[in-house]
Design a protein around this ligand. Structure first.
Ligand code: INI
Length: 159
C-alpha cells in the first residue's frame, strides 16, 4: 500500500500568507504570535511569510480569494475571532467566513487554513489563543506546512 502524507518539514521555496483580522485584536494578536512561532519552529524563514490585515472575519474570504488568484502562495492561514457575546450576527459572520474560506480552498486548490475562532465568550477565545487549549494560530501554521507538503507529494506520486 502506498501512503502519501505531508510532513512538518517545509517544502523548499514555499511561500505562506497569513490573513489576520483586527476585530478582537486582543485575541488575534495572540493567534498571530502563535502562527509566527509555528512557522519559525518548523524552519520557515520570515522572508517566506507575508502578513495581510483585514478589518474583521467577514473580510477574510475576499482577501483570501485575491491572494489565491495571485498564485504566489502555497497556503493561506486565516486568523480571526468571532465572539457570540459581542454580536447579534455572530452566527452569520462566523459561518459565512467559514464557508467563504472553504470555497476559496476548493476553487483554487490552495489550502486555506481556518483559524477563525468562534466562541461563546472571551474566556473560551483566550483558552484557544495561547492558554489551556493551546494556540490555534500555531496549529494553523503547522497545518499549512503539512498541507503544502502533502499537495507537493501528491503531485509527485506516480499514478
Ligand atoms: N468581526 C469579527 O472578526 N469578529 C466579531 O466578533 C465581529 N462582531 O462581533 O461583529 C466582527 N464583525 C465585523 C465583521 O467581520 C466585518 O468587519 C464588518 O461587518 C464589516 O463588513
Amino acid at each position: 500500500m502506498k501512503t502519501i502524507e505531508g510532513q512538518l518539514t517545509p517544502v523548499q521555496d514555499a511561500e505562506y500568507v497569513i490573513i489576520a483580522s483586527r476585530f478582537n485584536h486582543f485575541i488575534t494578536d495572540r493567534l498571530l504570535s502563535g502562527a509566527l512561532d509555528g512557522f519559525s519552529r518548523h524552519g520557515v524563514p520570515e522572508k517566506c511569510l507575508t502578513l495581510v490585515w483585514v478589518p474583521g472575519a467577514w473580510e477574510i474570504p475576499v482577501a483570501a480569494r485575491r491572494l489565491a488568484e495571485s498564485k504566489r502562495y502555497s497556503a493561506i492561514v486565516c486568523l480571526g475571532c468571532v465572539i457570540r457575546g459581542s454580536t447579534d450576527h455572530y452566527e452569520h459572520v462566523s459561518s459565512e467566513a467559514a464557508k467563504g474560506m472553504a470555497q476559496v480552498a476548493l476553487s483554487s486548490g490552495i489550502p486555506v487554513i481556518n483559524a477563525v475562532l468562534a466562541t461563546h465568550n472571551l474566556e473560551q477565545a483566550i483558552e484557544r489563543a495561547g492558554s489551556k487549549q493551546g494556540n490555534k494560530g500555531f496549529e494553523a501554521a503547522c497545518t499549512a506546512i503539512e498541507m503544502t507538503g502533502l499537495l507537493s507529494a501528491i503531485g509527485k506520486a506516480k499514478p
